[in-house]
Ligand binder design. Structure first.
Ligand code: SF4
Ligand code: SF4
Length: 383
């Protein structure tokens, strides 16, 4: 997996989404000095290797225009001997023409969040969210930024999947779905979480809708799931061993295995001010835990037909229901198996006409339902 560093300038966020598990109103903000230390650390850490930086939160735009002007210049100049790319995940509320111009200068693609039409979105995310995000979206577009939306499906909104899909289709928006997760921080961790079986059915529904509307919309999850099967390995972090290739840096320079753990002292692997080596990070308590998860997957999933491109799913998802202990793989396993089996079944039907001959020898089971045209087109699509 490519080397990925998530920068979390703050865990603060002006929104109050019902199912949020990652914001902290008392969070400090990252200083430009910490970015200088990130640069100094990365001059020695995995030198020469390409690295993608994603600004995430909390809400990263709370850091302000000046932070981005200085930080992006420092990172780009300080690490110019390696290939670097940037991305940002933001709710766009605080987007201004000034920040948009800075981000556009560095070609930063934006991921934002929208759960569907205004009424549904605001019920899940908070009153007034939709209009604020749309205002920021407008500014981002006017300044040439590429914005894609992530749509979080919860136990509530999954019942309205048709309405949500139609919204994305009619508004010409790329759809990337995110299942609402249980939280390691909440005392009601599963309140909004999407049930794994429902998640599996939702993915199959989106596959159907995608095949009907391929010329009109992109459904990124389906693209990636098909690509996983086609190439035999994961193409997003959920379906690879992320440990050791993904790190997140919190506001004070603490290093964690991923943004999902930022702010939880038990998961600190080191700090950029100490310039830790790979051995330091992976030898920390959190590093050892992540490596234990990898070994657990090797054992637990060894007989699964999908292990090479699933890798037990996301370690955070696996540990969140058990207070950070390893007691199972990602609970979305049910959903992953459902959609992987479905895609393979349809691919076999596309390729071999559902004869049950070659496909059984190749993938071990017959297709479950008749195929529509086009699944090979998704497999072969460039993403
Ligand atoms: S912990 Fe989960 S979300 Fe984080 S990098 Fe790993 S797979 Fe991705
Ligand atoms: S589908 Fe389930 S059993 Fe198979 S590799 Fe993924 S998590 Fe493991």
């Amino acid at each position: 997996m490519p080397f990925h560093v998530m920068l979390i300038p703050t865990l603060g966020c002006p929104s109050k989404c019902s199912y949020c598990w990652s914001s902290d109103p008392d969070s400090p903000k990252m200083s430009v000095d910490t970015i200088k230390e990130v640069v100094a650390w990365l001059k020695e850490f995995r030198p020469g290797e390409a690295v993608t930086f994603t600004f995430h939160g909390g809400e990263p735009l709370l850091a302000g225009a000046d932070f981005y002007k200085k930080s992006l210049a420092l990172l780009s100049k300080g690490l110019k001997d390696r290939k670097i790319a940037f991305a940002m995940q933001t709710n766009l509320w605080l987007m201004t023409p000034e920040i948009a111009k800075v981000l556009a200068k560095y070609n930063i693609p934006i991921g934002s969040s929208l759960d569907g039409p205004k009424k549904l979105n605001d019920k899940q995310r908070s009153e007034g969210y939709y209009d604020r995000t749309m205002r920021g979206y407008q500014i981002a577009k006017e300044n040439g930024l590429d914005v894609k939306f992530i749509c979080t499906f919860t136990s509530y909104s999954v019942k309205k999947k048709e309405e949500i899909f139609d919204y994305f289709l009619k508004n010409d928006l790329t759809l990337k779905l995110h299942p609402a997760l249980p939280s390691l921080r909440s005392n009601k961790p599963g309140e909004w979480a999407l049930d794994p079986e429902e998640y599996g059915e939702l993915l199959v529904y989106l596959l159907d809708k995608y095949l009907e509307n391929m010329d009109k919309i992109d459904v990124m999850n389906i693209d990636h799931l098909c690509k996983c099967i086609f190439t035999g390995h994961g193409t997003v972090c959920t379906y690879v061993d992320c440990m050791g290739d993904t790190f997140a840096i919190g506001p004070d320079g603490s290093i964690y295995p991923c943004y999902r753990y930022v702010g939880m002292p038990n998961y600190v692997m080191g700090n950029v001010y100490d310039h830790p080596t790979m051995d330091d990070l992976m030898g920390s308590k959190a590093g050892i835990l992540m490596l234990r998860y990898k070994k657990y997957v090797d054992k637990h999933c060894k007989d699964c037909a999908h292990i090479s491109y699933c890798r037990g799913g996301c370690p955070y998802n696996a540990m969140a229901p058990y207070d950070g202990k390893i007691k199972g793989v990602d609970p979305h396993c049910v959903a992953y198996k459902r959609i992987f089996d479905e895609i393979i079944g349809r691919m076999n039907t596309d390729m071999f006409g559902g004869s049950g001959g070659l496909e059984s020898a190749t993938f071990g089971f017959p297709p479950e339902r008749s195929s529509k045209q086009g699944i090979m087109a998704i497999m072969l699509k460039e993403i």
